[in-house]
Ligand binder design. Sequence first.
Ligand SMILES: Cc1ncc(COP(=O)(O)O)c(C=O)c1O
Length: 377
Amino acid sequence: MQLAQPIWADPAAHLAQTAPDAPVMYFAPTVLAATLRRFRSGFPGMVTYAVKANPLGVVLDNLLAAGIEGFDVASPAEIALVRDRSDGAALHYHNPVRSAAEIAAGVGAHVASWSVDDPAELDKLAAGQPRPTEIAVRLRLPITGGQYNFGEKFGADPEHAAPLLSRVAAMGHRPAITFHPGTQCTSGAAWAAYIAAAADTARIAGLRLSRLNVGGGFPGHRTGAAPDLGPIFDTIGAATRDAFGDDAPALVCEPGRAMVAEAFTLAARVKAVRPDGALILNDGIYGHLPEMPVSGMTDRLRLVDGRGRPRRGAMRPRTVFGPTCDSLDRLPGMIPLPGDVAPGDYLLIDGMGAYSFANATRFNGYGAAGLVTVRRL
Ligand SMILES: Cc1ncc(COP(=O)(O)O)c(C=O)c1O
């Protein structure tokens, strides 16, 4: 295993010396390790990482080096990324719909926990499983909390979840429950509602859960003040005690965004300041910024000149486009930036580790970014 070694002090030092013309993602391994420590000290159960948020090898390597015990994986390709680095890390295959070949790949890689949300998928999955294997019913509730509705695609409604759980047990497997309150969920109340519903489901089925996986969904810092994970962790612990009493199942979480977002800063170069004042960057919604139109624009912006020095002009709202020929390739709203912005400047966007690399396309030939390791962001 090769760990990323910090090379540059910070993004400004790298920009000043190399003047990159392509976007750069700056990675601070120390920030990633500190975030894992925060989860492990605050979350009352096992902490795993959802690979989909950022599957870069350096992310997985650094999490393993920092002692992570398991990963949420969604596909055989993600399973292989983990198994290439670790024989022992627990794999939780929590994409509830899989082909027979995908199930076989998971069995071959010794997946420790699977999720299902309907009887047909359970039958398909259970047929080839050694008994007992942990199979978690994925629960969905009609509640909001996250940035968009994760229950639209996957999940069993409470009235279907209890019979499905009973069926898992009747097949000789270990019944568990999993849920996802929706990504960028800032309200602990969403977790509390799910935990209460999970306890009701187990009670109706007359079963003790082997474990309860409370998903990802923990918020990253996108606007305003950094979200405080402590109250969410406390709410999860208290809700579990309230709902299950002395017989509470062991908890698992599988954050993606909140684990990795803060460890990366994107530098996008200003290609042009147009006559109408609009900016054209070398990265946009088809590259590393696809979440902006969906989740809203982040305010974690720093503008520096070509030598990495902060621009300090009076703020002025601007239209900001990405580099492709598509006029939809635009960051949402009017974005306040220093008025002395000039071509060749860099817009540093903090908190960019999640759903950026993982979702970047090569539309119009753009979308590639350098990866540079730094001591601080
Ligand atoms: C099953 C599952 N677990 C965890 C995650 C990670 O979610 P987040 O990045 O919001 O923490 C996702 C995201 O899609 C998911 O589908």
